[in-house]
Ligand binder design. Sequence first.
Ligand code: ADP
Ligand code: TRP
Length: 327
Amino acid sequence: MEHSSVKRVLSGIQPSGTLHLGNYFGMMRPALELQADHECYYFIADWHALTQLPDPKLLRERVRDVALDFLACGLDPERTVFFRQSDVPEVQELAWILSCICPVGLLERCHSYKDKIARGLAPNQGLFAYPVLMAADILAYGSHLVPVGKDQKQHVEVTRDLAIRFNHQYGGNLLVVPEPMIREEVAVVPGVDGQKMSKSYHNIIELAGEEKPMRKKIMSIKTDSTPVEAPKNPDMCNVFALYKLFATPEETEALRQRYLGGGMGYGEAKQKLFEKYWEHFRRFREQRAELVKTPDHVEQVLKAGALRARAAAGQTLAKIRQAVGLI
Ligand code: ADP
Ligand code: TRP
């Protein structure tokens, strides 16, 4: 684990709502697969969530829900350092230091900020400085790889830019310049309406849900009006795009042929998708139902993770303080 050739992986997720298939395929699953042969740091970005969630009770509940979801999906807290962002104050200190070398123009160009403002969110300083805090998250732990969905790529680029600037200004290779890790095949998971699946678009398919409503939701996925008998284009279909994520290459090819051959309605494809979905998350649902019964255990996991995270961030900060002249 601690061997220097092992790459350190870090990612975070905001506790801003129920986790969905976009989060799962875009970020969680790739991140969890890396546990086998990397040193992983995964955290719940509660400071980031404060930019949009001024409700203390809801924030606490959502942090707990994300922790449950990750653990039920197979995050192994022995192997992986799993923690709450706000339990590591060193990161805020680094965020301040980075903000002092960050050109305002770099933040003004960030799509995520511009999109949020366009959607009517009040432009608070936290929202604007969000990428600097994200850079501090990544750089505090000396992370090499950052598995995220495509929409976060620009934030990792800002991080790289800040690390390079910092190293240039203060000399040496104090900060590790990280690489984003984006799976192209799951770069954008579509929602039930065909747009990018996102909490903000109200088009999500949750990981956990009751059978009946989840079946109904999957049956409601938007398709075109090609009649049953006619051949259909699988590559233009949201149902097929989601099916591919669950199915083996052989199963995907078989369904592709059914689309191309005609004679299959979208209802049948949706039914197949539901079965895959339901089976895929069976173990997840069982594990989650067990974990819900032991909230203290979940809290202990996060606290123990925070101790390990603080130790790593503390080492980085000692070097940084020295370099910038704070000691
Ligand atoms: P949301 O858009 O629902 O608010 P977040 O922005 O909190 O989701 O995303 C959390 C993580 O999940 C990020 O790494 C993001 O890139 C990934 N992700 C979210 N939605 C999708 C999607 N539809 N396809 C692929 N990855 C996604
Ligand atoms: N901004 C990320 C999101 O909304 C969450 C996040 C915060 C993050 N800090 C991070 C992701 C550091 C990767 C690395 O999804």
